[in-house]
Design a protein around this ligand. Sequence first.
Ligand SMILES: C[S@@+](CC[C@H](N)C(=O)[O-])C[C@H]1O[C@@H](n2cnc3c(N)ncnc32)[C@H](O)[C@@H]1O
Length: 416
Amino acid sequence: MRLYQVNGDWITFLQDRQFRNELSDTLRSLDLARLQKYPPPKINGLPIGNETRVFSRFIRRQSSQLDASALSSLYRRFLSAEDKVLYQAFRMNEPLSPVEWSNIIGHDTVEKWIENRCLETMADGSLRCQFSIVSIDGIVFCVDPLKDHGKIWEPNFIVDQKSDISEEIQPFFHTYIGLDSLRMIELMKKEALPNGGRYLDCGPGCGSLLLYFGRRFDEALGVDISARAATLAQFNAELNGLSNCKTVCDDALAIEDKYGKFDLVSWNLPFIFMPAEHEDVFIDGYGGEMGIGLCLKFIETIPQLLSKRGLACVAALSPILSNGENVLEGRLREKLGSLGLDCTVKVAQISLAENRELWNFHRSHNISRFESVYLYIKAGTGRLNRIGSPVSRRVVDKLREQMYARRFSENRNNGR
Ligand SMILES: C[S@@+](CC[C@H](N)C(=O)[O-])C[C@H]1O[C@@H](n2cnc3c(N)ncnc32)[C@H](O)[C@@H]1O
């Protein structure tokens, strides 16, 4: 488990209302949403893939900030000199000189940001921002540094694992936003979602779904088990002037009817099947038994959360065994009737382990692949409806599967 020093963390300082307001004002004045069309570079995977999507988003000035492109540096040539510095400061988290920072936010604000741990002083005196900025359709999110431009570093407030947990030293969980957040937003917005009324987003992380869909509801509530995430999502709601969006730190699996009923419930939930020893480290990824343990537990609570007209949308990974058995759909068939729910399973694409260790772990549990699915759940009589991915997607998936199998096959690579 990673531990951190609470008083060194920039998110801790967001609890101070005055600083929070000042930080929001400064960030709003920079109009950082205009950087949203510039994609990060592709560091892993095939050089092609998302390019048509990224290009069409670039032309329409839509967000590609989580969608890596092999042509990232080419796109970034279109940045003006002023925007280039903003991109370096807030998206690449490159250290800049105190003078450059003063030019961006003003000398007094630089001092305040250092004091409140938003800027870290590096050994050579340069200053690095402790958060990244990501925008989706004009909503601006402050998040833990994304590190998707090739440099990986630990935040300076992470402490030795052997330290004792106390009020000052706590388990560290980073606040999450990723391509899967963007994909879920894009898929959900194509659905006939309820409007008005109440919306619950479980595990909002930095607030991506909560704020994106919260805009269309009278009231929106985010419930995250991580106190850092709950604080940050609340800050991001204020940053975007969404006073109808609130967040609390709570266990979404155990809220029952504590916060009332909701017309829309969503959760981009942790769905990775990984060894149990990772449970306490990756609370944003660890999905429990076969990656669906958490999902099935959550579905059992849905009847208590949904209003009569309510709809729940849950992102999950459905394990497919080597004999072709679809484990999630089998379990849903057993459960839905007794819960009084109907479910439509929409298959987006297949999902495969990204490293050999996980690949072998899945194989040792007889899993050949996962399907990335979105479950649309409402009151009903136990019906399960499946909508497969388009044929073109299935062809690409087949190729990807063969490529990954070749890459991770121990015999061919001799364990390299
Ligand atoms: C995959 S992240 C998704 C974050 C965000 N919704 C997004 O899509 O960008 C999963 C989130 O669920 C939260 N989480 C995990 N277990 C939880 C629980 N039992 N109750 C509430 N939140 C939980 C994690 O802290 C994390 O913020």
